[in-house]
Design a protein. Structure first.
Ligand SMILES: *Cc1c(COP(=O)(O)O)cnc(C)c1O
Length: 345
């Protein structure tokens, strides 16, 4: 029996997709990069195959794992010569520089051009777009420009985002009759900028998996479950766990569940981000008393810190046996690799 596993509710994912479709007529590209946000790219793409209009992945390795003959957009605007033969007919390359173009000779390729509208990660600058398009049409007749897109990096900031949208709109306007696919909205962009009407595709990841949008009726698709690995009676005034950070106040039943740092659990202290950011998160969690482990919906106290693969918990006052199943709060993106997944419909 598994100690720790991830339950993925495909029906909820289907419901999320339907909710998206209900509010837009734009075509939906499912973003399945990074192993479908940790949920399993093969399983997720074969489930979504008939339900979405295409897929979005990070790189060529991932594109090959997509179980679908629908279009697969590869986000990384970089490819090595020795990998060119791996590009299948339904793969779409992202182009944002001339250097990459030079490699694409001697056979047909389909590309989307990525325009940088303010994130400054990848993308060609708006003022260089026309030249790029001219160049492709002149010198690279084997290349089909199937699409043009940009990415909104801070949808919460309306002022910034509106400017990005405007920049991109101006880019697109001149080419709208020649380039079929136009897209810029991700999950939060889709939720917030419903008036955008010059695009015809959206790229959705988070919302599909229920990472966000619960206030808008979207459902969380994945949940982590654990069974007790062991259970020990510990006397009064005894330390529990690494670093002696917890001391029992009375005789206590201490349980062990098989989840720890290796699964990305309780590891915020290992996440590198600004001091202020960490402080805010810490206070937020303290105020909300956000527990990471639950039994039948009730929070379970953790005793001491977690270790690499185990966490000790307080079983006092809980009715538990070998079959009890604990709910674990875990990010599928962090947890992915070694945790078995169970798909349900
Ligand atoms: C990850 C990503 C998306 C999907 O974003 P969500 O917020 O998960 O919907 C869309 N476009 C690009 C370029 C991305 O990198």
């Amino acid at each position: 029996m598994e100690k720790l596993w991830c339950e993925i509710d495909l029906k909820s994912m289907e419901d999320n997709l339907e909710l998206i479709r209900k509010n837009t007529s734009k075509r939906v590209l499912a973003v399945v990069k990074c192993n479908a946000y940790g949920l399993g790219i093969e399983e997720i793409t074969s489930f979504l195959d008939k339900k979405v209009d295409g897929f979005v992945v990070s790189d060529l390795d991932e594109a090959e794992k997509v179980c679908s003959s629908k279009p697969v957009l590869i986000l990384l605007p970089k490819i090595d010569y020795e990998d060119l033969h791996r590009i299948k007919d339904n793969f779409i390359l992202t182009i944002d520089n001339i250097e990459m173009l030079k490699k694409l000779k001697n056979r047909p390729y389909t590309v989307h051009i990525f325009v940088d509208s303010g994130m400054h990660r990848f993308g060609i600058r708006a003022q260089e777009l026309d030249e790029m398009i001219r160049k492709i049409k002149g010198d690279y007749t084997n290349i089909t420009i199937d699409g043009i897109y940009t990415h909104l990096n801070h949808p919460r900031d309306s002022k910034y985002t509106r400017k990005q949208i405007q920049t991109f709109r101006q880019c697109v306007e001149k080419h709208v009759n020649q380039i079929p696919c136009i897209h810029l909205l991700n999950s939060r962009g889709y939720l917030k900028y419903k008036d955008v009407d010059f695009d015809n595709h959206i790229r959705i990841g988070n919302l599909l998996y229920g990472y966000c949008g619960t206030r808008h009726g979207f459902k969380k698709v994945f949940s982590y479950k654990a069974r007790l690995v062991s259970r020990t009676k510990v006397g009064k005034n005894k330390y529990v766990g690494y670093g002696n950070r917890y001391k029992t106040k009375k005789e206590t039943y201490v349980g062990v569940v098989g989840v720890g740092y290796i699964h990305g659990f309780n590891s915020t202290r290992n996440v590198k981000s600004g001091l202020l950011h960490n402080l805010v998160r810490y206070i937020h969690q303290a105020i909300k008393r956000e527990a990471l482990i639950y039994l039948d919906g009730k929070p379970v106290d953790m005793l001491g810190g977690s270790s690499m693969n185990f966490t000790q918990i307080d079983l006092d006052g809980l009715e538990v046996d070998q079959d009890s199943i604990f709910d674990i709060k875990l990010s599928s993106i962090l947890a992915d690799g070694m945790i078995p997944k169970e798909y349900k419909y």
